[in-house]
Write a protein that binds this ligand. Sequence first.
Ligand code: ADP
Ligand code: ADP
Ligand code: MG
Length: 451
Amino acid sequence: MLRRVFVANRGEIALRVIAACLDEGIETVLGASEADRVGRAARMADRVVCIGPAPASRSYLDQSAVIAAAIGTGCDAVHPGYGFLSESASFAEACEAAGLTFIGPAGATIRAMGDKIRARAVAAEAGLPVVPGTSEVGSVEQASRWAESVGYPVMLKAAAGGGGRGIKVARSRDELERFLPLATAEVGSAFGDARLYLEKYVERARHLEVQILADSHGRTIHVGCRDCSLQRRYQKLIEEAPPYLPLLPDGSMVLEEMCAHATRLAEAVDYRGAGTVEFILDQHTGDHYFLEMNTRIQVEHPVTEELYGVDLVAEQLRIASGEPLGLRQEDLVERGHVIECRITAEAQDADFAPSPGVVAEWSIPSGKGIRVDTHCESGQSVPVFYDSLLAKLVVSGRDRPHALRRMRRALSEFEVTGVETTIAYLRDLLQDPIVVGGTHDTKYVEGGPAT
Ligand code: ADP
Ligand code: ADP
Ligand code: MG
């Protein structure tokens, strides 16, 4: 078993990883930037070391600083959380080369899936349906010829993309010609890799994804599907499971097919650890297409944990210790319905711009069926340097209407002052008749047509 884990992240996921380690009897060292040296995660870890100044490029993204700190504190493994170095193949390899267990898949797997053009090819090879698309876009002429052959709208995406960044929809040749140079510049500076590709844009779609767990003894299982269709700017706001899809044709087996496809892809790339295979679903036809694989723990993993009564981070730790999976496919039974809201420090009135500052009052909901994953407390500073996620509110109910009512109640109980939050906005969204009815799509929040 692992003895001491270095937590190479911050915010709620750092706390989540430390909690799982404590529960499993593993020591933790938190690698914190100068901005994160105090707070709940720092108090809960056995030890805290500073890995650099507040800007992530000089701390949480500084591979050698992280590895030196992990070695210097006698750790035997590194948990990268999500974001930051979690999907860096070179970091995973550097950890292993330094004698540290990287809690995640092999560097080669991260590399294959992290390049989204290559991932599409691997998925197609493994027999998964893939959205019609291109390899790397060369010239504008080539791109518009392809777009005309499949028909507009098309989507411009970054080969190295993540977090919805760089994504643009082009509805005409004119838009494609205008967006290509813009996207190339934006993506180049965001990811240090300007390669773009095109996909046919699937209208009025849903985003579904399958949770995967695989051990190092060749066993792979899936832990069901999550629906993450409520998005703004291609970023998830609310996730739920099991998916509720009233528009699907009767008798559709798409969820079962998706789970089988995700498992097959994980097996094809020798996957190890927790991962997520994302799909886009045409909810009118039931056709589904592979989008990407995220080779890490996902922000919304608690939805699956609550639905199935599993601890995915503890499973990551077990797998990294070389133990066989503790769960069997046939033992996994979903219970009720689970919804997660991402509560961020953003100002609704200012087009959801980040609202950094200091949290004054912090009062969270509680009671049966309510889980709050957060690093915040009263007096917590919300620095400008990082993601604006304050908390994940996860609510379980006996069925979807019950979970929706409980979530609205919990959001009403949630009181935060000092920074602007999305709490009231999320409560309104969960009263919207289209959302309650389950016929929304990935564009609905931004005012797309209701289906
Ligand atoms: P999820 O489906 O788990 O929400 P995202 O792609 O939205 O996955 O990424 C999760 C989080 O990771 C984001 O909220 C963001 O903070 C961070 N993140 C994503 N991509 C990057 C990146 N390239 N660099 C740094 N952080 C990132
Ligand atoms: P990222 O790596 O940024 O998470 P994804 O490929 O997962 O990128 O896409 C993010 C979101 O963009 C999806 O959840 C979906 O809403 C939308 N999207 C991506 N590809 C398509 C597509 N071909 N058609 C329609 N929507 C898409
Ligand atoms: Mg994605």
